[in-house]
Structure formats: structure tokens, C-alpha cells
Design a binder for this molecule. Structure first.
Ligand code: GDP
Ligand code: MG
Length: 200
């Protein structure tokens, strides 16, 4: 089967680029540069008796690029929506300098305090918003996966597995916790997507 157009969505800093680089090149870098606009990757994967070629748009995640997102998800057969299990990423629609962001991170504020997306938006809440947008405006047969990334940072975990799993089930997505750093579940998420894409 040829070509699964796919998009990665999620807040900035959740590890979208790191997941793609792990899948495509088998690499991880601690200081991954922020994506500007979007980046394109492709990778093949053997699934059962077929070879599936993923054509992946890795989007930036910043609010200022939000209006570009439909360009990438409209033609997509699959989407991975990524959040950070430590959930400390906040949207850059809040104009804070780097210092303020670091301070915010160090406060370790529970996710429940960040549930309003109007000003602050934790990455799990942001993921839910992407899912709502995809359900309203994406392909109706799009295969969607929810990835709770940075699963290696267990000590800083702020989003319960059960909560994310339940949300995913209720919304028809499959869910995995991944780590681009250790590569845990990274191939698996692409494999599961390939299995769910209707064969032509
Ligand atoms: P993006 O903005 O969603 O593309 O996120 P990046 O891929 O640029 O990653 C943001 C930061 O998180 C980088 O410093 C990465 O090294 C780090 N990161 C990404 N994935 C993981 C992970 O699975 N575990 C840990 N510990 N750090 C990660
Ligand atoms: Mg990126």
C-alpha cells in the first residue's frame, strides 16, 4: 500500500519533532530546535505483508501558526496528537519571556489549574482542543492517535494514564504513552496507525 499522509499536532515542546526524528532516523537530541512552520518527513514501515510509506507533516505547535494547520490535516489519513505527560508546556499565545516560562515550569502547577485554554493551556488540554478541531474539520475517516510523550519523566508525571486513556476511548482514538528519548512505543504508534488505515 502506498503513502499514508499524516500530520503531527500538539503544543510546542511536547516532542512532536523528537517523535518523528526517532521514527525516521532513530535519533534523539536533548536540545531539539523549535520547528518553524512545518517540516516534512517520510519513512516506510513493514506491516504484516505490506510496506506502508508514511508522509509526515510535523507542525510547529505555536498559536501563531494555528491558521496554517488545516493545510496539513485536511489531506491527512492519520494524525498523532501529542501532549507532554508532565503537562507543563503552556501555549505561547501567552506572551511570557523565557525566564517567566522557566519559573512557571518550576512551580509544578497541577493540570487542573491550567484547564482553561483562553490564557494558559497545558499540553493535555491543548491536545483535546486539536482533537475537537479534527473531529469538526478533518477527514471523517481519519485515524487518530493520542500520544502522551516524555513517558520517561515518570517522576514529573501530571496526566494520569487512565484519564488520557478514557478520553481517547470516548473520542474514538487509540492511546499510547511514548518516549522519543528511550524510543518506547514510538514504532508502535506508527504500526498501530498503519494497521488501522483502510487498505486500498
Ligand atoms: P515539539 O515542539 O513538539 O516539536 O517538541 P521537540 O521535539 O522540539 O521537543 C521539545 C523538547 O522536549 C526537546 O528539548 C526534546 O529534547 C525534549 N523531548 C522530546 N521528547 C522527549 C521525551 O520523550 N523525553 C524527554 N525527557 N524529553 C523529550
Ligand atoms: Mg517541533
Amino acid at each position: 500500500m502506498c503513502c499514508v499522509p499524516q500530520v503531527l499536532l500538539g503544543d510546542v515542546g511536547t516532542g512532536k519533532s523528537s517523535l518523528v526524528l526517532r521514527f525516521v532516523r532513530g535519533q534523539f537530541v536533548e536540545f531539539q530546535e523549535s520547528t518553524i512552520g512545518a517540516a516534512f518527513f517520510s519513512q516506510t514501515l513493514a506491516v504484516d505483508d505490506a510496506t506502508v510509506k508514511f508522509e509526515i507533516w510535523d507542525t510547529a505547535g505555536q498559536e501563531r501558526y494555528h491558521s496554517l494547520a488545516p493545510m496539513y490535516y485536511r489531506g491527512a489519513a492519520a494524525a498523532i496528537i501529542v501532549y507532554d505527560i508532565t503537562n507543563l508546556v503552556i501555549s505561547t499565545n501567552v506572551k511570557l519571556g523565557n525566564k517567566a516560562l522557566k519559573l512557571w515550569d518550576s512551580l509544578n502547577i497541577p493540570a487542573t489549574f491550567l484547564s482553561s485554554c483562553s490564557d494558559f493551556c497545558a499540553s493535555f488540554e491543548r491536545a483535546k482542543r486539536w482533537i475537537e478541531e479534527l473531529k469538526a474539520q478533518g477527514n471523517s475517516d481519519m485515524v487518530m492517535a493520542l500520544a502522551g510523550n516524555k513517558a520517561d519523566l515518570l517522576d514529573s508525571k501530571n496526566v494520569e494514564t487512565e484519564e488520557a486513556k478514557t478520553y481517547a476511548q470516548e473520542n474514538g482514538l487509540f492511546f499510547v504513552e511514548t518516549s522519543a528519548k528511550t524510543s518506547s512505543n514510538v514504532n508502535n504508534i506508527f504500526y498501530e496507525i498503519a494497521k488501522r488505515i483502510p487498505r486500498v
